[in-house]
Design a protein. Structure first.
Lengths: 315, 275
């Protein structure tokens, strides 16, 4: 098969030059592969490459929202502005806390749900359907839904917690930074655990059944089977899922913006950057913050790409 | 299940998970059916449900306009992405050529860009193209979000199709264009539908670009409209309306997702896990 992929695919008996040229045009798979790729590559260059380059360029200028065209090159001064701004470091800290706690909890719950889904029992289909609902709810909607549920006076969360005796009196969850952060994490965990569970479930289903048959002979308890057999086997899937979710968590914007606005106590890196861009109208320093976020997430992306590198998996 | 106790614990866990997953959306529906002062009573079922919130919501022209905008922008984005991505994912899934791994990695990393990284550059570009505060502008920047993802997921599906068909087509003297059109397109229809649905959800839910690149309320998409629904003061948010709007935007998605469960799960996981 290898030779046929660069040369015409069917043997044409002694054709003329013109005919051969036509055959090349019609049947060369590599040529057509590139022709088919062209629209995607051009589109990506325009809608992703150009804006990304624009952000990099703007981060070295003194551009403002109202005077984008009169931008002057100012070197690294925007980066010093951002890196010496205590608010930036607060935003970095908020993002790290948010990402670490929410991805950690999502992994734990996701693993639990995946294990439950991986066993056969009546009602499994119902559970799987139910778990997909949070994933299907738009982030803005889930932010609003939970803001309402976390309402201090009329919210159902306080109502239930007081009813159960967990709280003596209603708590104004969204009134101070630390409980707001807890609420944000809670909502994010609610919304994205299903995704985590599905990824881990896919990993679990790739574990061959006979492995468990063999394990039954050696391991006396199911807990032992889990730690000795299952966990090591699905570790690659889990690490991919964790990095994938971390990428998402590190760039979180909509949930935080809708539930808590641009309040310093909970603003994440993306919220900080957008506030500089659109509210302070400082395109230079806002772009610099964006580039910094890009670099941080780029670091994780490289890790992710390295983990799933296709060279090993392709036939 | 070993014994009854274990069974009870197991089903207790299942019940808790289902409650946790479903309750918030259920609560939104319940809230949307209440009006007036009953909105502020915590009750599991609305005592006298009314559609007043929905009627009021749909009597506002701006909300209908936002719905239309969302449908138009998401629809256009999905159609454009699918057409462009079908061609390239065919190349990336079925043809071996030099540089393929590099292109794949590039597309995947573009799909992982933090949106904020392109925000200011996109703003500049959209201004330059005179697309600020327009649906065309939104569609334009949604391509940045949706196209790489579409290529990646579609490629995963196309790769899984059997090789024999292709070989038979080659033996019949079928060129690449004809092969894509006559062999793969019919086979890939379910894959295209699933990918389209996932892409549609991504575009439908997008918030940051929609918030930044629109100005007037007649150009807003629904997520932005919902985020901006407000009452006379900060403390008098019209929760009935907000929940009604939330249900309107979410219910079609939830239904679609439940109907196409199996395909969506395979699309999602192949997009993220399989290289």
């Amino acid at each position: 098969m290898q030779a046929t992929e660069t040369t015409p695919l069917i043997a044409v008996p002694e054709p003329g030059l013109m005919k051969r040229f036509w055959n090349f045009l019609l049947y060369s798979r590599v040529l057509w592969a590139w022709i088919f790729l062209a629209p995607t590559l051009i589109a990506l260059l325009v809608v992703a490459g150009r804006p990304l380059f624009g952000t990099f360029w703007l981060s070295f200028t003194d551009a403002s929202l109202l005077a984008l065209d009169e931008a002057q090159f100012v070197g690294f001064s925007n980066y010093t502005t951002v890196l010496t701004d205590p608010d930036w470091w607060t935003a970095v800290w908020n993002t790290v806390v948010f990402s670490v706690v929410s991805v950690g909890l999502e992994t734990l719950f996701g693993l639990g749900i995946a294990l439950v889904l991986n066993s056969t029992f009546p009602g499994r289909g119902l559970l799987r359907a139910a778990v997909l609902i949070p994933w299907a709810v738009p982030t803005v909607v889930s932010a609003k839904m939970w803001t309402w549920m976390f309402n201090d006076i009329y919210g159902v969360v306080n109502h239930i917690l007081v009813l159960l005796g967990v709280l003596d009196q209603p708590v104004a969850w969204l009134a101070n930074p630390s409980t707001t952060m807890a609420a944000l994490i809670f909502v994010d965990v609610w919304k994205t655990t299903p995704f985590m569970a599905l990824l881990i479930l896919a990993g679990l289903q790739m574990v061959p059944k006979d492995v468990y048959e063999a394990a039954k002979l050696d391991c006396d308890s199911r807990l032992k089977t889990f730690f000795a057999i299952t966990l090591p086997l699905i570790k690659p899937t889990i690490s991919i899922a964790v990095i994938f979710r971390s990428l998402d968590a590190l760039r979180i914007f909509d949930l935080v913006y809708v539930m808590a606005g641009t309040t310093k106590g909970t603003a994440t890196m993306s919220v900080y950057a957008r506030q500089r861009l659109m509210e302070f109208q400082e395109f230079g320093s806002g772009s610099a913050a964006s580039v910094l976020i890009f670099l941080i997430i780029g670091f994780f992306t490289v890790g992710y790409l390295w983990l799933i590198r296709p060279s090993q998996r392709e036939s | 299940m070993k014994n009854r106790f274990e069974k009870i614990v197991f089903y207790a866990i299942v019940t808790v998970i289902i409650f946790y997953a479903v309750f918030p959306f259920y609560w939104a529906i319940v809230t949307s059916l209440k009006s007036g002062s009953s909105l502020f009573n915590v009750e599991l079922f609305p005592t006298n449900p009314s559609l007043r919130n929905y009627i009021e919501l749909f009597s506002e022209e701006s909300f209908i306009q936002s719905l239309v905008n969302s449908v138009v922008v998401s629809g256009l984005t999905v159609i454009l992405s699918l057409v462009i991505a079908l061609l390239s994912s065919f190349s990336l899934a079925r043809v071996r050529f030099r540089g393929r791994a590099l292109i794949l990695m590039t597309i995947l990393s573009v799909s992982m860009f933090p949106q904020i990284a392109v925000l200011s550059g996109m703003f500049e570009l959209i201004r330059y193209l005179n697309l600020y505060n327009s649906l065309a502008g939104l569609t334009f920047c949604y391509l940045c979000l949706v196209l790489p993802f579409t290529v990646w997921v579609l490629r995963g599906f196309l790769q899984a199709l059997p090789k024999e068909l292709e070989e038979a087509a080659i033996l019949d003297g079928c060129g690449p264009l004809k092969m894509l059109w006559k062999v793969f397109l019919p086979l890939a229809k379910p894959a295209i539908a699933t990918t389209g649905l996932l892409a549609f959800i991504a575009a439908w839910n997008e918030f940051l670009f929609a918030l930044t690149f629109t100005l007037s309320s007649d150009k807003r998409t629904v997520p932005v409209a919902i985020a901006m629904l407000s009452g006379s003061s900060q403390y008098e948010l019209p929760w009935g309306h907000i929940m009604a709007a939330s249900v309107v935007v979410t219910l079609p998605l939830v239904l679609l997702v439940l109907i196409c469960q199996r395909q969506i799960v395979s699309g999602l996981t192949s997009g993220a896990v399989k290289g």
